[in-house]
Design a protein around this ligand. Structure first.
Ligand code: A2P
Length: 266
């Protein structure tokens, strides 16, 4: 088969997936990038949910949807794993390429799994910021909570840019600006480079630095709610810190004071 034959063969779309077209790609570092794609008509999701993503000929992986539900396209924030069966190929996509998208978004990082509360803490490391990029751009988040504190920790400073861009976009968006009304705060920290805020979020909670820096009250399970998304080690540690402070894990069928989900990687 020649290259022309490959390019002109129609892509066979596996069952339970749709074929979408890449509309934009932005690389932040050699480890992180974001991409946008068309959104099929009728594709609905709740902010914070994930969906399966794949390319023709690759395995599929769960990806948190980073765009808000009102966006006419879908956005994703991805790691690039050297030799990763999906991300090795996914990191090379360009506008016009085909990406397979699952039809059934699902997940636990949804406000329906949280009891009503006053402050919402979103604790992310690395690509764990993806579901929160959707949550902070959802007007419903501001109907449910008085204050939203989004923390993102990465090894290096350039890796923090995605969360910073999301904040800037949210504030620049006329509709969102009105909903947010100064109630959204980003606390970003780097662990392996100098930056105004440094250290792991777990240490910053433990020492109280997070609350002192933002000049806010410490965590209180009576009125605070939290979502956690990052590596397995970060999840376990943050979860333990919350449980020690009296928080209980929630689920879709039994809301609680915090919810947790692993940032998926290959
Ligand atoms: P550190 O640089 O101290 O390892 P990774 O890329 O390994 O997932 O790490 C992303 C960010 O999460 C890094 O800033 C890393 O800090 C931090 N991190 C790693 N493990 C934990 C943990 N158990 N608790 C909190 N933060 C963590």
């Amino acid at each position: 088969m020649t290259a022309t034959d490959v390019a002109s063969s129609p892509v066979e779309v596996p069952k339970n997936l749709t074929a979408e077209t890449v509309t934009a790609v932005e690389h932040y570092t050699d480890a992180l990038f974001r991409f946008r794609m068309t959104r099929p008509p009728g594709f609905r999701f709740r902010s914070g949910e994930f969906v399966m993503i794949g390319l023709p000929g690759t395995p599929r992986r769960a990806y948190s949807i980073a765009s808000p539900s009102w966006d006419e396209e879908l956005e994703f924030f991805s790691i690039k794993v050297p030799g990763g069966p999906l991300t090795e190929h996914l990191q090379k996509i360009v506008p016009g390429d085909t990406v397979f998208l699952g039809k059934k978004p699902t997940g636990t990082l949804v406000s329906d799994a949280l009891l009503p509360g006053k402050r919402l803490f979103l604790f992310a490391t690395g690509t764990g910021a993806a579901p929160f990029a959707s949550v902070v751009r959802d007007p419903e988040t501001y109907d449910k909570f008085e204050r939203v504190i989004f923390t993102e920790t990465c090894r290096t400073v350039p890796e923090l840019r995605y969360a910073q861009d999301v904040l800037a976009d949210t504030e620049a968006n006329a509709l969102m600006h009105e909903f947010v009304d100064g109630r959204l705060t980003l606390f970003d920290s780097a662990t392996r480079e100098p930056y105004p805020r440094t250290g792991r979020i777990t240490d910053l909670i433990r020492t109280g630095t997070l609350f002192e820096t933002l000049d806010i009250a410490p965590l209180d399970p009576a009125t605070d709610r939290a979502m956690i998304c990052g590596s397995m080690a970060m999840l376990r540690e943050t979860q333990a810190l919350l449980e020690e402070r009296g928080f209980t894990e929630g689920a879709n069928n039994k809301p609680g004071s915090y919810v947790v989900e692993r940032a998926f990687v290959d």
